[in-house]
Design a protein around this ligand. Sequence first.
Ligand SMILES: N[C@@H](CCC(=O)N[C@@H](CS)C(=O)NCC(=O)O)C(=O)O
Length: 223
Amino acid sequence: MAAAAPVRVYGPPFSSAVSRVLACLLEKDVPFQLQPVNMAKGEHKKPDYLKIQPFGQVPAFQDESITLFESRAISRYVCEKYSTKGNKGLYGTNPLEKASIDQWLEGEGQNFNPPSSVLVFQLAFAPRMKIKQDESLIKQNKAKLAKVLDVYEKRLGESRYLAGEEFTLADLSHIPNTHYLVNVCERDELFASRENVERWWGEISSRESWRKVVDMQKSPPRG
Ligand SMILES: N[C@@H](CCC(=O)N[C@@H](CS)C(=O)NCC(=O)O)C(=O)O
Protein backbone atom coordinates (compact mmCIF):
# COMPACT_ATOMS: atom_id res chain seq x y z
CA MET A 1 0.00 0.00 0.00
CA ALA A 2 1.33 3.47 -0.91
CA ALA A 3 2.36 5.67 2.04
CA ALA A 4 -0.14 8.44 2.86
CA ALA A 5 0.85 11.88 1.51
CA PRO A 6 2.17 14.24 4.20
CA VAL A 7 -0.29 16.81 5.50
CA ARG A 8 0.09 20.31 4.05
CA VAL A 9 0.29 23.58 5.95
CA TYR A 10 -0.36 26.73 3.89
CA GLY A 11 1.32 29.90 5.10
CA PRO A 12 4.65 31.37 6.22
CA PRO A 13 6.26 30.16 9.49
CA PHE A 14 6.65 33.77 10.72
CA SER A 15 2.86 33.93 11.17
CA SER A 16 1.89 33.21 14.80
CA ALA A 17 -1.09 31.09 13.77
CA VAL A 18 0.95 29.08 11.24
CA SER A 19 3.75 28.51 13.75
CA ARG A 20 1.20 27.21 16.31
CA VAL A 21 0.26 24.43 13.86
CA LEU A 22 3.91 23.73 12.98
CA ALA A 23 4.89 23.37 16.65
CA CYS A 24 1.98 20.97 17.15
CA LEU A 25 2.95 18.83 14.14
CA LEU A 26 6.56 18.69 15.37
CA GLU A 27 5.46 17.70 18.90
CA LYS A 28 3.32 14.96 17.37
CA ASP A 29 6.11 13.87 15.00
CA VAL A 30 3.75 14.13 12.02
CA PRO A 31 5.48 14.73 8.65
CA PHE A 32 4.23 17.82 6.84
CA GLN A 33 4.82 19.87 3.74
CA LEU A 34 4.88 23.64 4.01
CA GLN A 35 3.05 25.36 1.14
CA PRO A 36 4.23 28.95 0.61
CA VAL A 37 1.58 31.69 0.59
CA ASN A 38 3.08 35.05 -0.34
CA MET A 39 1.15 37.43 1.89
CA ALA A 40 3.07 40.47 0.66
CA LYS A 41 1.63 39.77 -2.78
CA GLY A 42 -1.86 39.18 -1.32
CA GLU A 43 -1.98 35.50 -2.28
CA HIS A 44 -4.09 34.82 0.83
CA LYS A 45 -6.90 36.95 -0.65
CA LYS A 46 -6.94 35.27 -4.08
CA PRO A 47 -10.00 33.18 -5.12
CA ASP A 48 -8.08 29.88 -5.21
CA TYR A 49 -6.80 30.36 -1.66
CA LEU A 50 -10.22 31.55 -0.40
CA LYS A 51 -11.59 28.13 -1.39
CA ILE A 52 -9.54 26.60 1.44
CA GLN A 53 -9.52 29.57 3.88
CA PRO A 54 -12.67 31.63 3.28
CA PHE A 55 -11.55 34.43 5.63
CA GLY A 56 -8.37 35.00 3.63
CA GLN A 57 -5.99 34.26 6.50
CA VAL A 58 -3.18 31.81 7.19
CA PRO A 59 -2.91 28.97 8.01
CA ALA A 60 -4.94 26.59 5.93
CA PHE A 61 -4.37 22.88 6.28
CA GLN A 62 -4.92 19.85 4.09
CA ASP A 63 -5.04 16.18 5.02
CA GLU A 64 -5.94 13.87 2.14
CA SER A 65 -8.97 15.50 0.48
CA ILE A 66 -10.06 17.51 3.54
CA THR A 67 -9.05 21.11 4.16
CA LEU A 68 -9.30 22.91 7.49
CA PHE A 69 -8.66 26.40 8.85
CA GLU A 70 -8.27 27.97 12.35
CA SER A 71 -4.95 27.07 13.96
CA ARG A 72 -6.38 25.80 17.25
CA ALA A 73 -8.97 23.58 15.51
CA ILE A 74 -6.24 22.21 13.22
CA SER A 75 -4.01 21.49 16.22
CA ARG A 76 -6.80 19.62 18.03
CA TYR A 77 -7.45 17.60 14.87
CA VAL A 78 -3.76 16.69 14.53
CA CYS A 79 -3.68 15.53 18.17
CA GLU A 80 -6.84 13.42 17.78
CA LYS A 81 -5.93 11.86 14.45
CA TYR A 82 -2.33 11.11 15.44
CA SER A 83 -3.08 10.23 19.07
CA THR A 84 -0.54 7.39 19.10
CA LYS A 85 2.31 9.41 17.56
CA GLY A 86 4.90 11.70 19.14
CA ASN A 87 3.84 13.45 22.36
CA LYS A 88 0.82 11.28 23.23
CA GLY A 89 -0.39 13.44 26.10
CA LEU A 90 -0.34 16.74 24.16
CA TYR A 91 -4.15 16.88 24.07
CA GLY A 92 -4.74 14.64 27.10
CA THR A 93 -5.75 11.00 27.28
CA ASN A 94 -9.18 11.16 28.91
CA PRO A 95 -12.21 13.51 28.89
CA LEU A 96 -11.22 15.32 32.07
CA GLU A 97 -7.66 15.99 30.88
CA LYS A 98 -9.01 17.19 27.52
CA ALA A 99 -11.53 19.49 29.24
CA SER A 100 -8.78 20.99 31.38
CA ILE A 101 -6.59 21.54 28.31
CA ASP A 102 -9.56 23.00 26.38
CA GLN A 103 -10.27 25.37 29.26
CA TRP A 104 -6.77 26.90 29.07
CA LEU A 105 -6.72 26.71 25.28
CA GLU A 106 -9.93 28.75 25.24
CA GLY A 107 -8.36 31.06 27.81
CA GLU A 108 -5.50 31.57 25.37
CA GLY A 109 -7.83 32.22 22.44
CA GLN A 110 -10.29 34.45 24.30
CA ASN A 111 -8.17 36.24 26.93
CA PHE A 112 -4.47 36.03 26.06
CA ASN A 113 -4.60 36.26 22.26
CA PRO A 114 -6.65 39.47 21.84
CA PRO A 115 -4.23 41.81 23.68
CA SER A 116 -1.08 39.87 22.78
CA SER A 117 -1.84 39.77 19.05
CA VAL A 118 -2.54 43.53 19.01
CA LEU A 119 0.83 44.11 20.72
CA VAL A 120 2.64 41.75 18.32
CA PHE A 121 1.13 43.55 15.35
CA GLN A 122 1.76 47.05 16.70
CA LEU A 123 5.27 46.41 18.01
CA ALA A 124 6.73 43.81 15.64
CA PHE A 125 4.89 44.06 12.32
CA ALA A 126 3.70 47.68 12.02
CA PRO A 127 7.29 49.07 11.95
CA ARG A 128 8.32 46.52 9.28
CA MET A 129 5.23 47.38 7.23
CA LYS A 130 5.87 51.13 7.68
CA ILE A 131 2.52 51.49 9.51
CA LYS A 132 2.39 54.13 12.25
CA GLN A 133 2.16 52.61 15.74
CA ASP A 134 -0.89 53.48 17.85
CA GLU A 135 0.53 54.34 21.29
CA SER A 136 -2.81 54.36 23.09
CA LEU A 137 -3.71 50.93 21.68
CA ILE A 138 -0.31 49.64 22.87
CA LYS A 139 -0.86 51.06 26.36
CA GLN A 140 -4.42 49.68 26.63
CA ASN A 141 -3.44 46.19 25.48
CA LYS A 142 -0.34 46.06 27.65
CA ALA A 143 -2.61 46.70 30.66
CA LYS A 144 -5.08 44.04 29.49
CA LEU A 145 -2.30 41.50 28.98
CA ALA A 146 -0.84 42.28 32.41
CA LYS A 147 -4.17 41.32 34.02
CA VAL A 148 -4.27 38.03 32.09
CA LEU A 149 -0.69 37.29 33.17
CA ASP A 150 -1.63 37.90 36.81
CA VAL A 151 -4.11 35.02 36.47
CA TYR A 152 -1.39 32.87 34.89
CA GLU A 153 1.08 33.77 37.63
CA LYS A 154 -1.32 32.41 40.25
CA ARG A 155 -2.14 29.28 38.25
CA LEU A 156 1.50 28.53 37.50
CA GLY A 157 2.26 28.77 41.22
CA GLU A 158 -0.13 25.83 41.70
CA SER A 159 0.91 23.61 38.78
CA ARG A 160 3.97 23.29 36.55
CA TYR A 161 1.97 23.90 33.35
CA LEU A 162 -1.42 25.49 32.71
CA ALA A 163 -3.47 22.30 32.53
CA GLY A 164 -1.48 20.35 35.13
CA GLU A 165 1.94 18.80 35.52
CA GLU A 166 2.52 18.04 31.82
CA PHE A 167 3.19 20.28 28.82
CA THR A 168 0.05 20.35 26.64
CA LEU A 169 -1.53 22.06 23.66
CA ALA A 170 -2.72 24.78 26.07
CA ASP A 171 0.88 25.80 26.81
CA LEU A 172 2.00 25.34 23.21
CA SER A 173 -0.68 27.67 21.92
CA HIS A 174 0.82 30.57 23.91
CA ILE A 175 4.32 30.21 22.46
CA PRO A 176 4.03 32.07 19.11
CA ASN A 177 2.79 35.44 20.42
CA THR A 178 4.93 35.24 23.57
CA HIS A 179 7.99 34.55 21.42
CA TYR A 180 7.42 37.82 19.56
CA LEU A 181 6.66 39.80 22.73
CA VAL A 182 9.75 38.54 24.57
CA ASN A 183 12.27 38.38 21.74
CA VAL A 184 11.21 41.02 19.23
CA CYS A 185 8.93 43.56 20.90
CA GLU A 186 11.01 44.23 24.03
CA ARG A 187 8.01 43.50 26.21
CA ASP A 188 9.84 40.75 28.11
CA GLU A 189 9.30 42.60 31.41
CA LEU A 190 5.63 41.57 31.30
CA PHE A 191 6.78 37.96 31.58
CA ALA A 192 10.08 38.30 33.49
CA SER A 193 8.46 40.33 36.29
CA ARG A 194 6.25 37.35 37.15
CA GLU A 195 8.31 34.55 38.69
CA ASN A 196 6.09 31.60 37.79
CA VAL A 197 5.29 32.91 34.30
CA GLU A 198 9.01 33.42 33.71
CA ARG A 199 9.82 29.83 34.80
CA TRP A 200 6.99 28.51 32.56
CA TRP A 201 8.15 30.56 29.57
CA GLY A 202 11.71 29.25 30.00
CA GLU A 203 10.40 25.67 29.92
CA ILE A 204 7.93 25.93 27.05
CA SER A 205 10.13 28.04 24.78
CA SER A 206 13.04 25.63 25.04
CA ARG A 207 11.13 22.65 23.66
CA GLU A 208 12.78 21.06 20.66
CA SER A 209 9.58 21.45 18.61
CA TRP A 210 9.60 25.23 19.10
CA ARG A 211 13.38 25.56 18.49
CA LYS A 212 12.75 23.93 15.10
CA VAL A 213 9.96 26.42 14.32
CA VAL A 214 12.28 29.30 15.20
CA ASP A 215 14.84 27.87 12.74
CA MET A 216 12.12 27.70 10.07
CA GLN A 217 11.24 31.34 10.79
CA LYS A 218 14.87 32.33 10.22
CA SER A 219 15.02 30.69 6.81
CA PRO A 220 11.46 30.47 5.50
CA PRO A 221 11.00 28.97 2.05
CA ARG A 222 10.53 31.55 -0.67
CA GLY A 223 6.91 32.07 -1.67
N1 LIG B 1 -7.93 32.64 14.35
C1 LIG B 1 -7.09 32.44 13.18
C2 LIG B 1 -6.25 33.68 13.00
C3 LIG B 1 -5.48 33.65 11.71
C4 LIG B 1 -4.74 34.95 11.51
O1 LIG B 1 -5.05 35.99 12.13
N2 LIG B 1 -3.76 34.91 10.63
C5 LIG B 1 -3.02 36.12 10.30
C6 LIG B 1 -1.52 35.84 10.35
S1 LIG B 1 -1.01 35.38 11.99
C7 LIG B 1 -3.40 36.55 8.90
O2 LIG B 1 -3.64 35.72 8.03
N3 LIG B 1 -3.44 37.86 8.67
C8 LIG B 1 -3.74 38.42 7.38
C9 LIG B 1 -5.15 38.94 7.27
O3 LIG B 1 -5.94 38.80 8.25
O4 LIG B 1 -5.46 39.47 6.21
C10 LIG B 1 -6.21 31.19 13.41
O5 LIG B 1 -5.84 30.95 14.55
O6 LIG B 1 -5.93 30.46 12.44
